[in-house]
Design a binder for this molecule. Structure first.
Ligand code: HEM
Length: 546
C-alpha cells in the first residue's frame, strides 16, 4: 500500500496528484480511526485489500510510465490475463498477443510491466536483442524454470557475461568440430535402429520421439561425457519426451507462482506422483544430473574427463576451470541447474527441427529429391563422406535447415529483454529505460513482408538468393540474437546439417504415415515450445526398402 502511495505521489499530473493524495488522506484517516477487534478485522481486511487493488489498478492504468502505450486495459491491469490464456486455456496467450497487434498496431502493452513489439520491418529485433548494449533478462521470465543461478536464468547482464565467459570455450567451433565423429557414431546408431525397426516390420516410426532419443544421446555425450543411450531402448523411451513436455508445460504455472518448484522439490515423492506422475520424472531427471555433478566434483571421471590435449570433455569441468566464474557458482546446485538447462535446451529443440524438416520434405517429395540430388553431386565431387563444414556450404541443404528452423520457431513463447540504462525508440514511441520489451519468433517468422507466403516451406527463399540467404538470416531468430543468443547454436546446426544430410541420402524410400498438417504439425498452443493439437499422433514415417 505504502509503495503504491509513494508511486502515486511521483505522478507528473497535477490533477491526478491532487485526486490521489486526497484519496490517500481519506484512506489514512480511515485507518487511523479504525477500531481493531477480531470481528472488525474480518470486515476491514477485505475492504483494505479492495482499496489496495483499486489503487494499484488505477496506478497501472493511468499513472504508470507505460500507461501511454496501446493495448487492452485488462492486460495492463493484471498479470492474471496472461495466466488465464496460458495456464487455464493452455498456451493461448501468444495467439492473443497476435490478435492485439492486429487491433492496436505494432506496439502493445501486454501486461502491467511489459511492452510487446511486432515490427513490420523486423529490424527492431536487433535493437532489443542487442549484442553491444546492456541487456538484462526479466525475472518474470527467468523464474519459470527455477534455474536462476544459470547463464540462461541470470537476470543481470553483467553477471551473465561472467557466467557465459566460463562456458564459451566449450562451444568454440574447434571444440564442436572435434566432436563431429561422436555425432556421426550416434547417427550410425540411429540408422541401425531405423533398419532394425523397418526389417522387423514394426510400422511407422514416431519421429519426434526417435529424434528426441538421438538428440539426447548426442547432447549428454557432448556436455556430460556420458551418453544416456536412449537409442538403445526398444521403444525409444517416450517417457523422456514426456518429461521435457511436462517441464515445459509447468512453466505456465511456475511463471506466475515461482515458489511452486521449490515446494515440489521439498514434497515426498508419493505426493508429487499423486499430483501428476510426470512431475516425478522431472524431479528424477534433476536428481540424476545432480548425481553426475557430484561424481564430476569428486573427480570420479578421472583422466577420461579430458581430451589428450588437456581440454575438458564435460561442461562442468570447463566451467570449473574458468577464472571468470563468481566463487558462489562453484557449487553442486549451480552446476546441476546448468546441466538441466543444457539437456532441456539441446534435446527437444533439435528433435523438433529435425521432425519439421522430415515432415516438410516428405510432404513435398520434389523438395526431398532436389536435396538428394545436391547431396549426390557434392559427394561425387569429393568422393567421400561429407564433413559438416562442407555440408554447411550447400545452398539447398542450407535452405532446408533454415526453413526447418524458421517453421519450428525455437521457443514459441515471446522472449524479453530490458535495457536498464538506455531508453529505446521504436517508430514514434519512446520506451523508457528499464522497461521489459518482448518480441516473438512466431511473429518474426510469419512476417509476410520478410517471408512472403510464410506458412510455405520453401528452401528456395534462401537458396535462390545471390548471397545464399545471408541477409535474410538477420530475421531468422530461432536461436534469438545478441549477447543472450543460444550458446549451443553452432553445435545444434552441426548436428542438424549432419542428420538431415545422412538420413535423406541414405533413405530414398521414406513416406509419411497418417500425418495430417492440421492435426499433427500446425502449432496450436505455446508451451514454451510449439505444440500441435491434443489429438496429434505425431509425425510418423515409414522407412521402405531402398
Ligand atoms: C535447434 C536447437 C536450438 C534452439 C532452437 C535453441 C534456442 C535457444 C534460444 C531461443 C535461446 C535464448 C533463450 C532466451 O533468450 O531466454 C537459447 C539459449 C540457450 N541455449 Fe539454445 N537452442 C538450441 C540448441 C541448443 C543446444 C544444442 C544447446 C547446448 C549444447 C543449447 C544451449 C543453450 C543455452 C545454455 C542457452 C542460454 C544461453 C545464455 O543465456 O547465455 N541450445 N537457445
Amino acid at each position: 500500500m505504502e509503495s503504491s502511495l509513494r508511486n502515486l505521489s511521483e505522478s507528473s499530473s497535477d490533477f491526478r496528484l491532487q485526486t490521489t493524495s486526497q484519496s490517500a488522506n481519506i484512506i489514512f484517516s480511515f485507518i487511523e480511526n479504525l477500531e481493531i477487534t477480531p470481528l472488525n478485522l474480518l470486515v476491514y481486511i477485505p475492504i483494505l485489500y479492495l482499496l489496495y487493488i483499486v489503487l494499484l489498478v488505477s496506478y497501472r492504468l493511468y499513472l504508470s510510465p507505460l500507461a501511454k502505450f496501446p493495448g487492452p486495459k485488462i492486460a495492463a491491469a493484471t498479470l492474471w490475463t496472461e495466466f488465464y490464456y496460458d495456464a487455464v486455456l493452455g498456451g493461448q496467450f501468444q495467439f492473443k498477443v497476435k490478435e492485439w497487434h492486429e487491433i492496436y498496431g505494432p506496439v502493445v502493452r501486454i501486461n502491467p510491466f511489459e511492452i510487446h513489439i511486432d515490427d513490420p520491418k523486423g529490424d527492431f529485433y536487433g535493437t532489443v536483442f542487442s549484442n553491444t548494449g546492456i541487456r538484462d533478462k526479466h525475472e518474470f521470465y527467468t523464474s519459470q524454470f527455477g534455474t536462476g543461478k544459470t547463464g540462461f536464468g541470470t537476470v543481470s547482464h553483467h553477471l551473465h557475461r561472467l557466467r557465459r565467459k566460463a562456458m564459451n570455450p566449450f562451444f568454440q567451433p574447434s571444440n564442436v568440430l572435434r566432436f563431429e565423429p561422436v555425432i556421426k557414431a550416434k547417427l550410425d546408431k540411429l540408422c541401425q535402429r531405423i533398419d532394425q525397426y523397418s526389417a522387423a516390420k514394426l510400422g511407422a516410426m514416431p519421429m519426434r520421439i526417435v529424434f528426441m532419443s538421438y538428440a539426447t544421446d548426442v547432447i549428454t555425450s557432448f556436455t556430460l561425457n556420458h551418453s544416456w543411450n536412449h537409442l538403445d531402448a526398444p521403444d525409444f523411451n517416450p517417457w523422456w519426451w514426456q518429461t521435457t513436455q511436462c517441464t515445459a508445460k509447468m512453466t505456465k504455472w511456475t511463471k506466475q507462482f515461482p515458489w511452486l518448484l521449490p515446494m515440489l522439490q521439498g514434497l515426498p515423492d508419493f505426493i508429487v506422483k499423486a499430483m501428476d506422475p510426470n512431475l516425478i520424472l522431472v524431479l528424477e531427471m534433476q536428481r540424476k544430473i545432480e548425481g553426475i555433478v557430484v561424481d564430476v566434483l569428486s573427480g570420479k571421471d578421472g583422466k577420461y574427463a579430458y581430451y589428450p590435449d588437456g581440454s575438458p570433455r564435460t561442461i562442468f569441468h570447463e566451467i570449473l576451470k574458468s577464472d571468470s566464474l563468481p566463487a558462489a557458482d562453484r557449487d553442486v546446485e549451480y552446476l546441476w541447474q546448468e546441466g538441466q538447462n543444457f539437456l532441456g535446451a539441446g534435446s527437444d529443440t533439435v528433435a523438433f527441427v529435425l521432425t519439421m524438416a522430415t515432415y516438410y520434405l516428405l510432404a513435398d517429395t520434389k523438395k526431398a529429391e532436389k536435396l538428394r540430388e545436391e547431396l549426390r553431386v557434392a559427394r561425387a565431387d569429393k568422393d567421400t563422406e561429407l564433413r559438416v563444414v562442407a555440408l554447411m556450404k550447400l545452398p539447398y541443404l542450407t535452405g532446408v535447415v533454415n526453413e526447418a528452423l524458421r517453421l519450428s520457431y525455437g521457443t514459441s513463447c515471446r522472449l524479453t529483454r530490458i535495457a536498464p540504462t538506455e531508453s529505446l525508440n521504436f517508430q514514434h514511441w519512446h520506451i523508457p529505460a528499464g522497461t521489459p520489451i518482448s518480441m516473438s519468433s512466431l511473429m518474426m517468422h510469419h512476417n509476410e513482408n520478410i517471408f512472403p507466403q510464410s506458412h510455405t516451406f520453401s528452401p528456395e527463399r534462401w537458396a535462390d538468393q545471390e548471397d545464399g540467404g545471408k541477409a535474410l538470416e538477420r530475421y531468422l531468430v530461432s536461436f534469438s540474437k545478441g549477447s543472450r543468443q543460444c550458446i549451443g547454436m553452432g553445435f545444434a546446426k552441426a548436428e542438424i546439417y549432419l542428420t538431415i544430410a545422412t538420413l535423406f541420402s541414405r533413405y530414398t524410400n521414406m513416406t509419411l504415415y497418417d500425418t495430417d498438417y492440421d492435426r499433427d504439425v500446425k502449432m496450436v498452443s505455446d508451451m514454451f515450445f510449439p505444440q500441435a493439437s491434443k489429438e496429434s499422433r505425431g509425425v510418423r514415417v515409414l522407412f521402405g526398402e531402398n
